[in-house]
Design a binder for this molecule. Structure first.
Ligand code: KG4
Length: 809
């Protein structure tokens, strides 16, 4: 916790290929900041490893205690997405652990402040590299009094920018885009020296001071500057979203299966499954507006909007523009609502939100509004505005409810002479409370005495942001999982860039919830200062996603002055076998560490969306990889087969549900490498066989027997898994068999293992269903063991896409 007399600000930025670092002393009487340290050091791809060690060294040198940090100030970009996220996640960790304020500032404003501090005045162009032959150009007017920003955040093609920008001898030119486009940019004006191309600690601190003096922020206000709501400036959607927009605004066949579907697996797919008459919220699909629905939109416009209605050609024309975002809501493939907005520099104009009358008051308009607002925010808008007819009280009430404020009138705005009321809201909104679909363990009410060490564990390797707290007795005091599945579903798989963005949004809230839940359990008020260590998944997984958890955990561990513990995600899945549920439901449960001993050696099968392997466990922490898949993972095969049948991602659970009603012997799918005499697996042949079977049946006009296909596919998977596991158990002389990974939730697979193990007299231990998928409780258990062995991670701990379980770490 920050001390009562805390008065320092720690500022940093890693948006570019440098680490800018500053420490300042806050002087409330005149709102000034005394710069006591400033640096800017090259850190080519190294900011994740070097940021915290640098901060640590600076604080040691200055003799300042970390509890004296009242405010963390972070550069929000624009810049390298991963770079910005490293600073942001680290800052969130530090501010959370110290209960300090977190203030985000524009990296480009910080550069302009450094230019001003270096004594320059006049017009300044800061051109930052945006990759993909694009730049982020920002114009400033620098005077002795201020570095005034003239243009808002945007990203433009270099060639286009150079063409439009007239050369001007008086213009000062800086920014790291000069590294790539020196020739073109240097024609525009006078290029400043290279040390002014990137942010510095001093620049960050001066920008904060300027905001403070203009009463835009108060560095001591921890409520207004809660780290939970701070987000990077991206200015672009992810590549996957951009590609999707391009595809959807071009003509082609309607594709009704790829929307963001609710979690209800039956809420989609085939016409005969579609609900008739009534519907469930989960069955409504939200996705960017597809050009094939333009006539439907025009029809709704004509029905409900009278003289304000847009024609199909107006909508079509609008849809193809890069500065627009349009979303639609469909039910059973029919349009039931849509929303559109025009992104115009820092303000976005909401053009439409229309929901068919019979579907109103169901939260559909709100959901559409949130989708459009989220895009607008990611495309660098700071607020969203709209006009409503003065007489339309229902719409006005809706916007007020959503948090919009009436900010003025436009007399006689409409063609029939009616006035418009203008409403506005700051972006982002709706994000802070919404941290995905959260599962929390329901813990028993009884108060426990605190058994140290108390460890917070963080998991962010794929598409779940998770945090858990374990005590010294191996009791899981809280377990929070925020799933992003809904955001990835319409892409048919996890989109790494979206996963990373969502982790940054969720991580503070998820960790906070874990502390709150543990507090309830202990009947006390826990905060970071009560923790003894922070554990975090460092590998394997999506590296951009892992980086967020690792940077957050390092920031928090450094600020709380407690050790960091790095955990291998796969070892976590293995440790999930040590969790048992102390209540009788599987989806809301109270975990404790199991008393059942894993007798050694043990054979462990790890089967998830990313891994399929057989491991011999000689001891905890002593694993031997016997073999793994040479192509697809089991979960991946389930998901791809499910996709071919039209099920939304992730389709594994849906396949296992349908398989229950099917005949596993109906279709003879291949069992690859079943008799290969080793422990390699191959699933891509099986996947292709199922997909071709489906295509052939469709071609022949046969009605697909989905249940039989699912059951036969699943059986082919199970047969190979069981056969290889049995061989391994016998060869090694294993006493126990354990399972782990998302696919371990498959009931038929579990049942088959139970039968096989019983037949050869081997003990079988499997994780509770809820602990099969990614969660932080399993990471916490590994962290506890590592804590007890003194295996701590250094402050330069990095995240890695791959890590071999056989290698001790
Ligand atoms: O371990 P996990 O949560 O994370 C990743 O590795 O991404 O595993 C998720 C995988 C997905 O492929 C999902 O379809 C699969 O586990 N899965 C299942 C079942 N439940 C989840 N596969 C088959 N049957 C299930 N019941």
């Amino acid at each position: 916790m920050a001390s009562k007399s805390a008065k320092y600000v720690l500022a940093f930025d890693t948006s570019n290929e440098v680490i800018a670092l500053g420490v300042g002393s806050l002087c409330p009487s005149d709102k000034s900041i005394e710069v006591i340290y400033s640096s800017s050091t090259p850190a080519l791809r190294q900011s994740n490893t070097q940021l915290i060690p640098q901060i640590d060294a600076v604080f040691a040198d200055l003799g300042i205690s970390r509890e004296d940090i009242a405010c963390v100030c972070v550069g929000r970009g624009p810049g390298s997405f991963t770079g910005v996220r490293i600073a942001m996640a680290t800052a969130k960790g530090i501010a959370s652990a110290l209960d300090a304020s977190l203030i985000g500032i524009s990296t480009q404003n910080a550069i302009a402040q450094e230019v001003k501090a270096a004594g320059f005045t006049g017009r300044l162009l800061v051109a930052s590299d945006a990759m993909r032959k694009e730049v982020y150009p920002a114009m400033f007017e620098i005077s002795n009094a201020a570095a005034k920003r003239l243009t808002s955040d945007k990203v433009v093609k270099v060639a286009e920018f150079l063409e439009k920008q007239a050369p001007d001898n008086e213009l000062l030119v800086t920014g790291d885009a000069l590294l790539k486009y020196y020739d073109g940019l240097s024609n525009l004006g006078e290029v400043l020296s290279e040390d002014l191309w990137v942010p510095t600690g001093r620049g960050l601190l001066f920008e904060l001071q300027s905001l403070w003096q203009n009463d835009e922020v108060d560095p001591f206000d921890t409520t207004a500057n809660d780290p939970v709501g701070m987000l990077p400036i991206y200015t672009r959607l992810s590549d996957a979203e951009e590609a999707e927009r391009r595809k959807l605004s071009a003509p082609g066949e309607r594709n009704l299966v790829t929307g963001v579907q609710g979690n209800k697996a039956t809420g989609v797919i085939t016409e005969d499954m579609a609900p008739k008459g009534s519907y469930e919220q989960d069955a409504i699909s939200y996705r960017p507006l597809d050009v094939k629905f333009v006539d439907d939109v025009a029809a709704m416009e004509a029905s409900f909007l009278g003289s304000d209605a847009w024609s199909a050609s107006m909508i079509k024309d609008d849809l193809g523009r890069p500065d627009r975002t349009w979303w639609m809501a469909t039910l059973d493939g029919s349009l039931i609502g849509y929303a559109g907005a025009r992104i115009c520099d820092d303000a976005t104009e909401l053009l439409k939100i229309v929901v068919a009358p019979e579907f109103r008051r169901n939260g559909i308009a709100n959901a559409l509004l949130e989708k459009v607002a989220y895009d607008a925010f990611n495309l660098a808008s700071e607020k969203m505005m709209l006009e409503v007819r003065a007489s339309n009280e229902e719409a006005q009430a809706f916007y007020c409810n959503a948090g919009f404020k009436a900010v003025g009138d436009r007399p006689k705005y409409y063609s029939d002479g009616e006035d418009a009321k203008i409403f506005s809201i700051s972006l982002p909104f709706g994000l802070v409370d919404e941290i995905g679909d959260v599962h929390e363990s329901v813990l028993s009410k009884e108060a426990l005495s605190i058994a140290h060490p108390l460890i917070l564990a963080v998991e962010s390797s794929c598409d779940e942001t998770a945090a858990a707290i374990v005590d010294g007795n191996g009791r899981i005091l809280s377990n929070v999982v925020s799933s992003q599945i809904d955001f990835h579903a319409r892409f048919g798989g996890v989109v790494p860039e979206i996963a990373s963005r969502k982790h940054v949004e969720a991580i503070v809230g998820v960790a906070r919830l874990a502390l709150e839940d543990a507090s309830k359990h202990l009947s006390c008020d826990l905060d970071y200062s009560d923790l003894d260590a922070i554990g975090v998944t460092y590998a394997p997984g999506l590296v951009g996603a892992l980086v967020v958890g690792v940077a957050f955990a390092k920031g928090a561990a450094w600020a709380a002055n407690i050790p960091l513990i790095a955990v291998n995600h796969l070892e976590g899945h293995l440790y999930a076998n040590r969790l048992v549920v102390s209540c009788d439901t599987n989806d809301a449960c109270d975990f404790v560490e199991s008393d059942t001993e894993v007798e050694l050696p043990a054979i462990v099968s790890l089967v998830s969306g990313g891994n399929t392997m057989l491991v011999c466990m000689h001891d905890w922490h002593d694993y031997e990889l016997l073999g793994e898949t040479i192509d697809d993972a089991v979960g991946e095969a389930f998901d791809k087969v499910a996709k071919a049948m039209g099920f939304p991602y992730p389709g594994g659970p849906q396949i296992s549900r349908l398989a229950k009603q099917g005949n596993p012997a109906a279709i003879d799918f291949p069992r690859a490498l079943m008799h290969s005499g080793d422990y390699r697996f191959s699933l891509s042949g099986l996947k292709t066989a199922v997909i071709s079977y489906i295509a052939k049946e469709r071609e022949s006009g046969n009605v697909l027997n989905l249940s039989d296909i699912c059951a036969s596919f699943q059986q082919a998977v199970i047969d190979v898994q069981i056969d290889k596991a049995r061989t391994a158990i016998l060869e090694v002389g294993a006493k126990t068999f354990c399972l782990g990974g998302g696919v371990a939730a498959n009931e038929e697979l579990r049942h088959a293992y139970e039968q096989m193990c019983e037949s050869i007299g081997v003990k079988v231990i499997m994780p509770p269903i809820f602990a099969c998928g990614d969660n932080a409780a399993m990471i916490a258990l590994v962290a506890l063991d590592r804590y007890n062995q003194g295996k701590f991670a250094p402050l330069d701990q990095d995240a890695f896409a791959h890590a071999d379980l056989s290698e001790p770490y």
